[in-house]
Design a protein around this ligand. Structure first.
Ligand SMILES: C[S@@+](CC[C@H](N)C(=O)[O-])C[C@H]1O[C@@H](n2cnc3c(N)ncnc32)[C@H](O)[C@@H]1O
Ligand code: SF4
Length: 363
């Protein structure tokens, strides 16, 4: 089973971000830790074996190391950690130092994910980041010195004033610094983020969709030349460094989420915790049981966006015989989809148009 822990604190709010994260919430940190520990202690799934943990946010690296230590020890007390457990944590480059990273390593963390976004200083400033390019590269090198072999950098595609050359330059420098994984996300303009109003009022101009797609495609071919395998639309790994935790989400495996806004998926039921401190402390949750049609849609969608694909037999069990779908046959004959026994995969060259293809395969 997989576990997600949410740390909803940040040192400042980036203009594009609509995640459940708060700055100026220093006085919530103690109470939140207590509630998070209690939520883990009261889990009805205690005793299960855990093989991946993802500590995300927010910015988990902006709380003290002891905070993370306590959470991991509560998890160890309640769950069985498998021998080769993957423990990842999201960090902002400006909130780590060598000592902190060494401590994380000693706590059993073995995968670090840095929110780099870009290495261009003017651009980073514009989107409200607290680090510059050099600090991001230094953080990666420090993580290596602290003993991390599995290091991710998040990059954003389609940022204001971004260019193909700029993104390729960033990726090259990150690879040289020693990262083993890149998550490259297309910038989403979320209604709840500052960026939304700035774009609407014409104060910020973003690249067009075509320009963003061109940036993505150029990045894909650059990364592939450098030996990074695209195993999901936005995720690229060198060697064995795929994120096992994310692969679990995409394969429809069960996971438990603890903390404000965290989601769980167990026994076909999805549960989301409240996104506010007040709601979370009160224990407000939102439950959702997927209908067979929704489960089918999710299996196709998640499966085709990553290298895992989907299982025809599993779809059939939920009442959908995909072989009867006319587009399915066409896509197979054109090599857009490929079959490997029971599993169906999307040819990675079509990842860019996956939304359209997926829509044509739904029941
Ligand atoms: C939950 S954030 C946490 C990472 C960490 N706090 C940081 O920013 O360095 C994970 C990643 O989501 C991505 N992200 C956040 N908002 C986004 C948006 N509006 N569109 C696309 N990606 C976004 C960023 O690349 C970010 O690094
Ligand atoms: S992108 Fe990361 S640092 Fe910025 S506000 Fe969101 S969670 Fe916090």
């Amino acid at each position: 089973m997989a576990i997600y822990l949410h740390i909803p604190f940040c040192e400042s709010k980036c203009i594009y971000c609509d995640f459940a994260s708060f700055c100026n919430a220093e006085n919530e940190k103690v109470r939140y830790l207590k509630s998070l520990n209690a939520e883990i202690d009261n889990s009805p799934y205690k005793g299960r074996e855990i093989d991946t943990i993802y500590i995300g946010g927010g910015t988990p690296s902006c709380v003290k190391e002891e905070y993370i230590e306590e959470l991991l020890s509560t998890l160890r007390k309640n769950f069985v950690f498998s021998n080769n457990i993957e423990i990842s944590m999201e960090c902002n480059p400006n909130s780590v130092n060598l000592e902190k990273l060494k401590k994380y390593r000693s706590l059993g963390l073995n995968r670090i994910s840095f929110g780099v976004q870009s290495l261009h200083d003017a651009l980073l400033k514009k989107i409200g980041r607290l680090h510059n390019g050099e600090i991001a590269l230094q953080a990666i090198k420090m993580a290596q010195r602290a003993g991390f072999e599995n290091i991710n950098a998040d990059l954003l595609i389609g940022l204001p004033n971004s260019t193909i050359e700029g993104i390729i330059d960033d990726a090259g420098k990150l690879i040289q610094a020693g990262i083993t994984h890149i998550s490259a996300y297309m910038l989403q303009v979320e209604e709840g983020a500052k960026l939304y109003a700035l774009v609407k009022s014409g104060k910020i101009f973003l690249p067009t969709d075509d320009e963003s797609v061109a940036q993505y495609e150029a990045l894909v071919s650059f990364l592939e030349k450098k030996g990074f395998i695209r195993y999901e639309i936005s995720n690229f790994a060198k060697g064995q460094h795929e994120c096992r935790h994310n692969l679990k989400y995409w394969s429809g495996a069960e996971y438990l989420g603890f903390g404000l806004g965290a989601h769980s998926y167990v026994e076909g039921v999805r549960k989301a915790n409240a996104r506010t401190f007040e709601g979370y402390y009160k224990g407000e949750i939102f439950m959702e049981k997927l209908t067979p049609k929704e489960s089918i849609e999710e299996m196709i969608m998640l499966g085709l966006r990553c290298r895992l694909g989907f299982s025809k037999a599993k779809l059939f069990k939920h009442g959908y015989k995909i072989e009867n779908n006319i587009n399915f046959k066409t896509y197979l004959s054109k090599g857009i989809l490929t079959e490997n026994g029971d599993r169906v995969h999307l040819n990675p060259s079509y990842y860019g148009t996956s939304n359209y293809i997926i829509a044509n395969l739904l029941p």
